[in-house]
Each structure stands twice: as structure tokens, then as C-alpha cells.
Design a protein around this ligand. Structure first.
Ligand SMILES: [Zn+2]
Length: 199
């Protein structure tokens, strides 16, 4: 109940405060919404299971929100500057919004000025799949989620050191989880395990 009150308060703030804080507040709402929705409506969503997920497009359509489906499964592109995650600087992990696979750490995020969330390195080599993309008369490299093969965006060779790469990712297909939340869950998990051992 208390959480609901907080959410209502945040919503009220975003409506009445059209100031520099509103963007930050909007980020919180989006983060809350995406994390909650995916867990309850999406049976394959997991931040810990790394086994590959293969569903038919029909099945994906049933469990994904329309905007996520359009970008992830139909290789769409969100309009630039529309994702609240583009300017987010909080510490944490960016997960695939389709399946929950860990994709990028906030430490590797940078301000590219291109209008989409940008990173110079994925979480691991297996978290991303690379595919040549010659559509729209351009030679690009498409990046897909290593677990569910959803379209995420493209990678370009004009990024900052140490990799020189720019992973240009649609914010719609990213879920962000704050470092504190991850630490809290990890600690809870650890406490449970250690108390189990003692008994
Ligand atoms: Zn995925």
C-alpha cells in the first residue's frame, strides 16, 4: 500500500513539475512499469536464466507490449530522443526487455549525442549476437539479444576507448535495474543461503 502511495506521489510530481526534475521522475515511472509488467505477464522473462529462448512470433506478440514487439521482433527503430534511458546516468544494469538477459552495465554507457542509449561494451561476449545488415542502402551490423535473438539496435565503430565501439540501442527494448536493487536481492539471496546452512 505504501508503494502505491509513492507511485501516486511520483505521478503527481511528473504532472505538476515541468522542470528539470520531471525527466528523472519519468525515468523512475518507466523503470517501475517495465520491471513489474514483464515479470507478471512474460513467462520467459528472467534476469538469471541464460538458456536460449525460442518462441514463435505469434507467441511473442501475445506476451510483449506492442511497442516492444514492433522493435524487438519486427526490427523497428524508436524515434531518437524519445527514451528516458538515453540520458539516465544511474548505476545499474540494462537488461533485455523481452527476456531479461543482462546486456550492458551503466559503467559502459556514454553520451553519444545520437539520440539513443549508447554503450561501448556489452556485459559479456555471449550477451549479444552480431548480424550483417544491408537494409536501407547501408552496411551496418545489427545487434540482437544473445538469449532471445530480439533486435536491439546496431553497433558502429565510432565509439570511445577502450573498445572504439558504439552500441546504439533502442531504449524500448531495455529494462534498467538500479545497482542498489541488485545488491539488495543478492544480499537477500546470500542471507537465505547462509541461514539455511546453519540450520
Ligand atoms: Zn532477450
Amino acid at each position: 500500500m505504501r508503494l502505491e502511495k509513492i507511485i501516486i506521489f511520483i505521478l503527481a510530481c511528473s504532472v505538476f513539475q515541468q522542470c528539470s526534475y520531471s525527466q528523472q521522475t519519468l525515468s523512475k515511472i518507466v523503470i517501475k512499469d517495465t520491471m513489474d509488467d514483464k515479470k507478471t505477464n512474460n513467462p520467459v522473462y528472467s534476469n538469471t536464466d541464460t538458456s536460449s529462448v525460442k518462441l514463435s512470433e505469434e507467441e511473442w506478440k501475445k506476451i510483449l507490449p506492442a511497442n516492444v514487439y514492433q522493435i524487438a521482433r519486427e526490427k523497428g527503430t524508436e524515434r531518437p530522443w524519445t527514451s528516458p534511458l538515453e540520458t539516465l546516468t544511474a548505476k545499474g544494469t540494462y537488461y533485455c526487455a523481452v527476456c531479461g538477459n543482462a546486456l550492458f552495465l551503466s559503467d559502459t554507457k556514454f553520451e553519444s549525442g545520437c539520440g539513443w542509449p549508447s554503450f561501448y561494451q556489452p556485459v559479456s561476449k555471449t550477451s549479444i549476437i552480431y548480424t550483417p545488415d544491408n537494409s536501407h542502402g547501408m552496411k551496418r551490423v545489427e545487434v540482437q539479444c544473445g538469449r532471445c535473438e530480439s533486435h536491439l539496435g546496431h553497433v558502429f565503430e565510432d565509439g570511445p576507448p577502450p573498445t572504439g565501439l558504439r552500441y546504439c540501442i533502442n531504449g524500448v527494448v531495455l529494462d534498467f535495474k538500479k545497482a542498489q536493487e541488485i545488491e539488495k536481492n543478492f544480499k537477500k539471496d546470500k542471507d537465505n543461503k547462509s541461514s539455511g546452512k546453519e540450520q
